[in-house]
Design a protein around this ligand. Structure first.
Ligand SMILES: Nc1ncnc2c1ncn2[C@@H]1O[C@H](COP(=O)(O)OP(=O)(O)OP(=O)(O)O)[C@@H](O)[C@H]1O
Length: 243
């Protein structure tokens, strides 16, 4: 499998203190799902922001073997790197459909229309409410809209930051069911940041464990199928924080 994304020795700092991310390296193959797992403050969102061009970083970010580390965020979106941030930053006053139009703003009108219809097909829950203001959706529907808005941009790589955050278990399941459908039906690669290991395990191929801004371990999802192996990995890499 070819690497779609290669992150090499990536570091991110917010000020003069200790860096938020220190020399992190990982790769994402075409069509694969890679999870970054770690406690609060481990550096997961900072990595996503650096890869999407929203945060300055050092080290290399290669996309399709091209060094994109100096490109602005907009140019990275055009290449197919789309970030769905934590907290579902949708525009509440706009309708569902208008939010999706925003997601596809870099696309030609006909392509954008096609992508929006594809997203509404994928998420019938929000299709029924396409002309409703986004703030009137439930938390799970808002998360689907946030993911749908990312998909409207026609990504090759989706950076998904804690899609389960703040959702009741039933809604988490519905959101992850949809992600599993996307996974099965497209060549989309995903970097998934999550604290919910159970749902992460259902979707991902590989997991990287992060602590204090560093990758401290790596496992394939296959290796963690066994409950004991899973608990051992959590204890070894993350301690009680993520259990
Ligand atoms: N805007 C900021 N200014 C200063 N420090 C920041 C900023 N954003 C994050 N940090 C610090 O960088 C470190 C990594 O934060 P980051 O948000 O990347 O972690 P995270 O693993 O995504 O955490 P969470 O799961 O809580 O979202 C933390 O120590 C955090 O306090």
């Amino acid at each position: 499998m070819n690497n779609l994304l290669s992150v090499e020795n990536l570091s991110v700092a917010y000020g003069a203190g200790a860096p938020a991310v220190s020399r992190v390296s990982f790769a994402v193959g075409e069509g694969s799902v890679v999870a970054l797992l770690g406690a609060n403050g481990a550096g997961k969102s900072s990595i996503m922001k650096a890869v999407s061009g929203l945060m300055p970083s050092t080290g290399a970010v290669l996309f399709n073997d091209e060094d994109i580390g100096s490109l602005p965020a907009r140019a990275r979106v055009a290449k197919g790197i789309v970030y769905v941030p934590e907290g579902r930053e949708i525009v509440g006053e706009l309708t569902v459909r208008e939010n999706l139009v925003l997601g596809g703003y870099q696309k030609a009108a006909s392509e954008r229309k096609r992508r929006i219809e594809m997203v509404l097909d994928l998420f019938p829950e929000i299709a029924e409410k396409a002309d409703r203001q986004a703030w009137r959706l439930s938390g799970g529907e808002q998360q689907m809209l946030a993911i749908g808005r990312g998909l409207a941009a026609d990504p090759k790589l989706l950076l998904l930051d804690e899609p389960s955050l703040g959702l009741a278990p039933l809604l988490v399941r519905r959101v992850f069911d949809r992600l599993a459908t996307i996974r099965a039906e497209s060549e989309l690669a995903i970097v998934l940041v999550e604290q919910n290991l159970a749902v992460t395990m259902r979707l991902c191929d590989e997991l990287h464990f992060l602590r204090g801004g560093r990758i401290v371990g790596h496992r394939s999802a296959e290796e963690l199928k066994d409950e004991t192996a899973r608990q051992e990995a959590i204890d070894a890499y993350l301690g009680a924080a993520a259990a």
